[in-house]
Design a protein around this ligand. Structure first.
Ligand code: NAD
Length: 319
């Protein structure tokens, strides 16, 4: 059985559904702070437990009978972490330590950790290799890096065989759009469908490597398979290797939605990176990972799902 912490979240629930579809039993541990029970409800192979990763007893109980762990639970929002750095540290660092300690005691055979490209800060280099200097520029990035370091340290010191995956900008169906903290593509798709002009932070020339959620799920599965072997103890970028500017992606979304709206431009957001594209060679070589969903196809899948899910698509107003 696989334990997915944060399994009711955007990425965690996609992994839970994929694992169940592959016939694996899944246990989800989630406090539902941002996750939603309905994403994983009603599947006979998925057991959902409400609990906090900072609670060692809850983690221990959730690990009973578990052989593999995907650790995705986190305070996963850059602006929220900026507002409450202590909460971010408690969940992303202390929570990760509790999961690692539990996994060590349970003797699990593989653990994969959801890290973030934000650990690079403004790397200067494009695409960014895993060996680039780490200069986190936000509270969120510092806590994700601390979690990653703990995962790799545990791996080296007799803890669970593990890999850490540095996700670039993940997007896809199920990512909530109705909050100022939402991912940019989720917000854009909701706004394009609602006929609302988006506000872009800065000049929109900042670039991101947008990777579709099913590709990230593939990387998580490959990470779990690799954790006990040669890839174990390594970090891997998970992206497409290509980047697009925020202005470009608004154009793609607006065109696909048939919305003739021009964006407005607001101040640059504190801690934002200017450019990000993943160097994906290490993940290809050691994990056999390659992103498969092209940006345009991902955007049209996202728009279709946003149009069909009014709960995700309510207009967002103040982004
Ligand atoms: N979405 C992205 O673009 C992206 C990029 C890089 C890294 N990540 C990482 O991927 C992971 C998943 O992100 P997501 O986008 O699905 O975010 P999300 O907010 O949808 O998922 C996080 C989940 O963790 C749960 N959670 C939070 N605190 C918890 C706690 N104390 N105990 C138990 N559960 C708790 C939430 O309820 C939620 O279900 C996170 O670790 C995030 O840092 C995401």
């Amino acid at each position: 059985m696989i334990l997915i912490t944060g399994g009711a979240g955007f990425i965690g629930s996609a992994l839970a559904l994929e694992r169940a579809a592959a016939g694996e039993r899944v246990r989800v541990l989630d406090d539902f702070s941002t996750g939603r029970r309905d994403r994983v409800a009603g599947n006979p192979l998925i057991e959902v437990r409400e609990g906090d990763i900072r609670d060692p007893a809850a983690v221990r109980e959730a690990l009973a009978g578990v052989t593999r762990v995907a650790h995705l639970a986190a305070l996963a929002s850059v602006p929220r972490a900026e507002l409450d750095p202590e909460a971010a540290a408690r969940v992303n660092v202390e929570g990760t330590l509790a999961v690692l300690e539990g996994a060590r005691r349970a003797g699990v055979s593989a653990l994969v950790y959801a890290s973030s490209c934000s650990v690079y800060g403004d790397a200067g280099k494009r695409p960014i290799p895993e060996t680039a200097p780490l200069q986190p520029r936000s509270v969120y990035a510092v806590t994700k890096l601390a979690g990653e370091r703990h995962v790799l340290l545990h791996h080296r010191t007799g803890g669970p065989p593990a890999v850490a995956l540095r996700f670039f900008n993940v997007f896809g169906p199920g990512q909530p759009a109705a909050s100022p903290y939402s991912g940019v593509l989720a917000r854009f798709s909701a706004q394009a469908l609602a006929g609302e002009r988006p506000e872009i932070h800065g000049d929109g020339g900042q670039t991101r490597d947008f990777v579709f959620v099913t590709d990230v799920v593939d990387a998580l599965v490959l990470g779990l398979e690799g954790a006990g072997g040669e890839p174990g103890g390594h970090v891997f970028n998970v992206g497409t290797g290509r980047s697009a500017s925020v202005r470009e992606i608004w154009r793609l979304v607006a065109d696909a939605a048939g919305a003739a709206l021009t964006p407005t431009f607001g101040p640059v957001r504190a801690g934002d990176m200017r450019h990000a594209a993943a160097d994906v060679r290490r993940a290809a070589r050691l994990l056999g990972f390659r992103a498969r969903v092209p940006l345009r196809e991902g955007i049209s899948r996202l728009l279709r799902s946003t149009a069909g899910n009014p709960a995700d698509a309510s207009p967002v107003g103040d982004v």
